[in-house]
Design a protein around this ligand. Sequence first.
Ligand code: SAJ
Length: 417
Amino acid sequence: MGTIQRVAVIGLGYIGLPTAAILATNGFEVVGVDVNRRTVESVNAGEVPFVEPDLGVHVAGAVSRGSLRASLDTPKADAYIVAVPTPFSADRSADLSYIEAAARGIAPQLEGGELVVLESTSPPRATRHLADYILNLRPDLSLDGAGGKPAILLAHCPERVLPGRVMIELVTNDRIIGGITQEAAERAKALYATFCQGEIHVTDDITAEMAKLVENSFRDVNIAFANELSVISDRLGIDVWELIRLANHHPRVNILQPGPGVGGHCIAVDPWFIVAEAPEQARLIKIARTVNDTKPLWVVDKVIQALEAAPLGTQIAILGLAFKANIDDLRESPAVEITRLVAERSPESKINVVEPHVEQLPHQFTGLDNVELTDLTVGLKNSGIVVLLVDHDDFKAAGQLDLDGKVIIDTRGILSV
Ligand code: SAJ
């Protein structure tokens, strides 16, 4: 098998495009493939269709040097990296249709000897499913040379980068690579070693798939513990952030932070893939998901109770809509859910939303005339109830603002720090 020179990256999203750009910067000839014509056009123009620090420089440089281009069609390549979405279906099992679509593009291009790496967060056995799907389309190939058929090398290498730090973590994070065969794992390791400065750990495909799901479930379970403590502390009339700060002084205790719920497209999704695989056994993982998913409703009840106790006409300030601090991403954000539910349950109350990272309210607020986007000063001045939902740096100074006489619901502990 020859060395890898040409790499096709299927899916130019938050993971695929940075990976394509890093490979192009490290001497590979890279073609990024996407079904979205606008994405393809903007990458070919050297532009990035979403916000991620430092990505723009890499893409613009690689495109202008000719080492990166985008296409709607899957080309012939020495290695294929699949970085397409794996959303969950209505029954919360993983939807593998995007992976299958990628396989339909790759299969006709294979000659034998190519490496195919699945990077998408995947349920156990998804890499095998991808392999079977390709072999079904190409019965003349094999995974290990059996029957004299040329082999293709299948591996899983889950992405683990944190949105907002992708270009740094792509290079510095350790990676886990699971091969369907040892040869596949070793070849994938050689490819990733060209740009990854972290350690690269080799294992089998199913362990690699589970490692990614377990990392996010670990976080989900631990956030659920913190969220449960916040509800218990509220009942006891104590400050949960002080409680956690004190408990964390113990050398073997490290409790995470409670919040209004868990947002984003990873931690709130991946644990369900484990639950779908082992519904009887994954008891803790499932209850943690439920604890985190119901936390926004608890916050909504708190706001409604405050409203009922306040004088008629009291306005509400909502501080933050993003799913976490200092980003503009509103998708799957508990803050959006809370604000929408409060607006629906109290249509007569004016809601002043303060979110410095966006210029307009998202579609969830269409038709809700009592909700308005405003700035921090105006929002606070007009409101008798202040609900802190995101710990943006912009709000950290809120403790110094005049909150006298206002009812504060601080779901992030900004005022406790
Ligand atoms: N959150 C809390 N309390 C905490 C920590 C987080 O309520 O103590 C909330 C955040 O506010 C947010 C959600 O959890 O709503 C998730 O935020 P996050 O920063 O923990 O993680 P993500 O979703 O941005 O990225 C995660 C990362 N996984 C882990 O840290 C184990 C990242 O490394 C993964 O690559 C990413 O998921 C992914 O793509 O799977």
